[in-house]
Design a binder for this molecule. Structure first.
Ligand SMILES: [Fe+2]
Length: 232
């Protein structure tokens, strides 16, 4: 399949020294090309086992409600021509409202919320649409450099129908002053592509008396592609 290339600077490089731990993961040897016949091989992929109705509502996965600002995050998964991509497994993970992940290696002295696990998943519908209900994640310090703080963000993973189709990215929130200081956000050189990582506040998505709404469309490839981590 012919695919139009992304514009220069619209995707983060594999090796980006200002993001220190990235250097441990960046390839140190020449990349191996997956044969085309394997790249487009349609096979069952991880994660298609039954999805239950609380999987896309992170506020209803535990006995009580999590603390924090309840939000709805919704958007469409689109191809390079703006066509919807249905049946895409969309997974997300995030820290809680205090900026703490529920993970053994997160030792940031902020409280763990017993009612918040921080992970969800759903499948896009015929219009390519997905929706999550969650709480707004907090900023957290991460030790990359002195006084380093990650902007509030939600991690996204997308799985299509083929073996090599997984894409990973992060969603940010509008007008976050920390983005200007964040090496992960800044690893995308093109400011227009940076903005494709930023959700937009959407009053139509907001549910009155319940939750604010943020829209985040994800474009899989082409000139207006969302920046993805580790894409070659
Ligand atoms: Fe994170």
């Amino acid at each position: 399949m012919h695919r139009r290339p992304e514009e220069i600077g619209s995707q983060p490089p594999l090796r980006y020294p200002p993001y220190k731990s990235n250097l441990w993961r960046a390839p140190s040897q020449a990349l191996v090309t997956i044969p085309e016949r394997l790249r487009d091989l349609a096979v069952p992929v991880y994660g298609y086992l039954p999805i239950v109705d609380t999987d896309n509502d992170l506020t209803r996965q535990h006995a009580g409600e999590p603390l924090g600002e309840r939000i709805i995050v919704s958007g469409r998964v689109l191809d390079e021509d703006g066509r919807p991509v249905p049946n895409t497994l969309v997974e997300l993970w995030q820290c809680n409202a205090a900026g703490r992940y529920r993970h053994a290696r997160d030792t940031h002295p902020a409280p763990i919320d017993p009612n918040f696990g921080g992970a969800g998943r759903t499948i896009t519908d015929a219009e390519g649409r997905y929706e999550f209900t969650t709480i707004k994640p907090g900023a957290y310090p991460w030790g990359n450099h002195p006084n380093a703080w990650r902007p509030a963000h939600i991690h996204f993973s997308l799985f299509g129908q083929s073996l090599a189709s997984r894409l990973v990215t992060q969603m940010y929130f509008p007008s976050d002053p920390l983005c200007a200081y964040d090496p992960m956000f800044q690893s995308v050189a093109d400011p227009r592509a940076q903005q494709r990582l930023v959700s937009s506040f959407d009053l139509d998505l907001t549910r009155p008396d319940w939750a604010l709404g943020y829209r985040f469309d994800i474009v899989l490839r082409g000139r207006h592609s969302t920046p993805f981590e580790g894409r070659v």
